[in-house]
Design a protein around this ligand. Sequence first.
Ligand code: ATP
Length: 483
Amino acid sequence: MEKNKYKLQDLEKLVSLAKRRGIIFPSSEIYGGLASVWDYGPIGVEIKRNVKNLWWKSFVTEREDIFGIDASILMHPNVWKASGHLDSFSDPLVECSVTGKRYREDHIFIVEIETKKEKKIISVEASDEEEARSLLKDKVIKITNLPNSERKENPSPDGGILSEARNFNLMFKTFIGPVEDSSSTVYLRPETAQAMFVNFLNVLNTSRKKIPFGIAQQGKSFRNEITPGNFTFRTREFEQMEMEFFCSPDEDEKWHEYWIDFSMEWFKKFGIREENLMIRKHGKEELPHYSKASSDIEYLFPWSWGELETISNRTDYDLKAHSELSGKDLSYFDQENNKRYTPYVIEPAMGADRSVLAFLCDAYCEEETEKETRTLLKLHPEISPIQIAVLPLSRNEKLSEYSRKIFENINKKFTAQYDDTQSIGRRYRRQDEIGTPLCVTIDFESVEEDDSVTIRHRDTMKQIRVSSDKLLDAINDQINSFS
Ligand code: ATP
């Protein structure tokens, strides 16, 4: 695939393209929207489906050792007790004494700065130190993350003083049945992973598979995030693509490496530029309670590096915890080696929405042509919402009849769209902006003289003339030239 040299610096450009072209809209927009909640439009839904399908194909159907499930969002509350989410799925929050606004403690940086007039201590909200520094034009003398600050009274970014940190559980609560009391409280799942643990025995018994094997699912998760933002990067309702790979305890490290490499290759295979991806190993202090080791795959978003996926070694923590609370034996008998153990679990946990955002950011491109700036999405053809646009030059009856036949033929093999509105220039611009790799243009010569059509390549804008009986082969070749 031809590499995109353009670097998207300003997320707003993508947000506005997404709105203009039906990729992503603010939710409930006619009522003024709901903060950090987004809806995928007709083009966006196809992109997201393609990303999810490609993941499913790579992580489930192309493999013999992974099984898919589709579990409910509402689960027994004990699931969250055993997993530790009820006790510890929380973020420490600090509150401004003036505005009452709450911040994640680890997202506040206390900074000593020197301006022309004075030295002073202020605070800024940022997801990491790099971002905090980039927000400050003044000279930073000293910068400390709030949890490490030795000061007693710290300023808030709103002008007041910050309170002591208090824990805030991120799970959304609701009630099952008509009575709203503690016995009917249930939670919207904050991750899809637990359904794979509680279905471990079901899948093991019905698949007759030996360890190592994995269980995967995709679906919505909910977290009452304190500081959502950066478009669809951090939202309160999002979709995850997760897989729990059950292996023997003495093979955990080998499989951990395997799934880190596999995930990295997956992002590269579908077009993300290598220089915009990195693997970041978690420090010991960052590891969640269930993890022995975790690595993130991060993408260089326009604002900073951000996590797309975490691949964790969850050990036997979850199976043991569910075994203990449910009273069901979730251990495994390894017949070959004649030993019983609780399997270890390697978990590649990817966000569908964040991955879509990374694919969009990486594909976004602006090119100067003689007349204008051409905006395009250089998406991988398997992610593009439309692969082939069929564009008759006019609505003339004969031309339309011929073009319809061409369209129907293409549509059997590729995702195609027929568009005969507006000028051809505008139609090309629209297709470029939604990432359509190829346009097939049909003119009067096609019908009256040579029974041939023109294929236009999105990235090079080169056009070739092809006779209609060789069209599908030519499209195939051209599509392959992108990957
Ligand atoms: P973060 O550190 O960004 O809060 P996390 O480490 O808590 O994320 P995980 O629990 O590892 O996230 O979830 C796996 C994946 O799910 C993440 O890598 C991300 O792609 C996605 N994800 C998690 N939280 C959100 C969210 N609030 N909005 C969108 N995607 C999310």
